[in-house]
Structure formats: C-alpha cells, structure tokens
Design a protein around this ligand. Structure first.
Ligand code: GLN
Length: 282
C-alpha cells in the first residue's frame, strides 16, 4: 500500500464514522508515523509503506474512528509554539488558552523576579510557557490529579525547566493553609463548563478528556468563586489574578473578582472575538 492509498482508504473510513475533517486527520496521523510534516506527505504519495507502519496506522485510524482525540492518539500537541506530551489524564491544551498566556506576558513587566502560581495545571502548558516568557520567574503549579502531575512533570523535564517550575498535588477546596507562600501573579484555566452544558459536548471530550478538568459539576462558576475567595490570602499587594473564562461568563467572573476586593478588572478577547481572559489586581 502506498502513502496515497493509505490516506484515501483511511479518509473514507473516518468519514463513514462521522469524524470531521477526515482527510486532515488521516494525513496528520500518517505524518506522525512517518515522522514528517503533513504537507511532506504530498512529496511521497507513491512511496510504499512498510508492514510495521501499516499496522501502526491501522491502530491509529481505528482509535480515531472511535472518536479518541487525535492529540491523545499521537501523544502530543502543539501549544504556543511548543510541543507538549498529552494523555487522557490531562486536558488537551486549547488554542484559546494561548490568549491567556499572551495576556499575562503582555501585561506583566517581565524583567523583575516574579513568583507565580498556576492553579489546575493539567499538562503543565501554562507554567512552561510562562517560565519561558519570564526568564526570572519561578512558577508553582498545583493540580488535584496525580496522573496529570506525572505528565506535567515530564513536560517540565522535556522543556528543561525543572529549576523554575515545581508541581504539587493540592485540592484548593481543602488545602489552604494560612501563611502559605505569597505570589505576584495567579493564573488559572479552571474547569468552567457547567454540568448542563457538559452533557452537550462532543464525544471526543465526553468519552476521553478528564471530566474534572472540563466541568465543575456545578454551574460553571465554582472554581472562580473559590479561587477569588482564597487569592487575596495568596497574593502580594498589587498582585494579579488571571482567569480563562468560557463564552458568556465574563460579566459573571468580573463580578466575582469585584466582590472579593479586586480592582483594575479588565478582559481580553480570543482569536474568535470571544471574551476569554478576565484579570484584576489586588
Ligand atoms: N492548565 C491546563 C490548560 O490550560 C489544564 C486546564 C484544565 O484542566 N482545566 O490547558
């Protein structure tokens, strides 16, 4: 079987299964196996595939046909120009979260030493991008999931940031010791999908991504309320709190920030013109 034949056959299979953008999925999965860029496949359409490559491709296509997200099948994702390992233990970093990183990097003077806290780290995409942007910073990340922390630590090692990024297991609803370290900046992309909306999401998300990374099993505001409640104890004076929010949540989250004593509250839109990042200063 040649590269082109494999792509065409797999595209037809994925289309039948109801996978969107079947051809691109088929190409990306094969490119991963052949360790080349998707467009480089076009230069080798006539190349025959080795049996090993065909077996692996069959497995990848069958998993994708069962709605497993492409990023879990190939085991990584590109985010903010960097590569991150992912598995079903962590949320797949989304493009809109790049707006959160951009906003923090834009707004904060990055020469001074900064102490940063990231709540709900997942794959570790946020602390890694922030540590790369702020060379004098140190980032503490927390997550409730031990398995997520394993992936995040792997990514920290891959990006050679073990000195400046540390990850701990914490549950923000129980572990809030008085006298905990103080931070200049807190960042969080919390699970903000309400339980009602969660039920309407794509199969890829419901069947594969960690539920507690997507929904708060509540009205979507549980984490914003809790983080705003504990942040004043964790932030230095004039410290900043940055949130990613879901579509339609910005006004609600601004109010929660206000009620907890934050000022200079403002927001940023993402690439789809949706209010995506809300931030305030203590
Ligand atoms: N911080 C990670 C991200 O932004 C994970 C977020 C989450 O699991 N809710 O992608």
């Amino acid at each position: 079987m040649t590269v082109l034949e494999a792509i065409e056959k797999s595209t037809a299979f994925l289309e039948k299964k109801g996978i969107e953008s079947a051809r691109i999925n088929a190409e990306l999965l094969l490119a991963d196996i052949l360790e080349c860029k998707r467009l480089d496949l076009y230069l080798q359409f006539e190349k025959p595939l080795a049996n090993k490559e065909i077996d692996k491709y069959r497995d990848y296509i069958s998993r994708r046909g069962d709605f497993e997200p492409l990023q879990y099948v190939i085991g990584n994702v590109e985010f903010y120009g960097y590569k991150f390992k992912v598995s079903p233990d962590v949320l797949i970093p989304r493009q809109e979260t790049e707006t959160l990183i951009e906003t923090v990097i834009d707004l904060i003077n990055n020469d001074q030493h900064l102490s940063i806290l990231d709540i709900g780290t997942g794959s570790g995409n946020i602390p890694i991008c922030i540590a790369k942007g702020f060379k004098n910073s140190s980032v503490i990340s927390i997550d409730i999931s031990e398995n997520a922390i394993k992936i995040a630590n792997q990514n920290v090692i891959d990006h050679e940031l073990s000195e400046r990024v540390k990850i701990f297991k914490r549950d923000i609803f129980v572990d809030t010791k008085e006298g905990a370290a103080k931070f200049d900046v807190i960042i969080s992309n919390p699970p903000y999908v309400s339980i009602t909306e969660y039920k309407t999401l794509q199969k890829e998300i419901i069947n594969f991504e960690p539920k507690n990374a997507v929904t708060d099993n509540n009205d979507g505001y549980l984490f914003y309320n809790r983080i705003c409640q504990i942040a004043p104890k964790l932030l230095n004076k004039d410290g900043y709190l940055f949130f990613e929010t879901g579509e339609g949540q910005s006004e609600g989250v601004k109010k929660i920030l206000e009620q907890n004593g934050f000022r200079n509250i403002s927001s940023r839109k993402d690439y789809l013109d949706i209010e995506r990042v809300i931030f305030g200063q203590l």
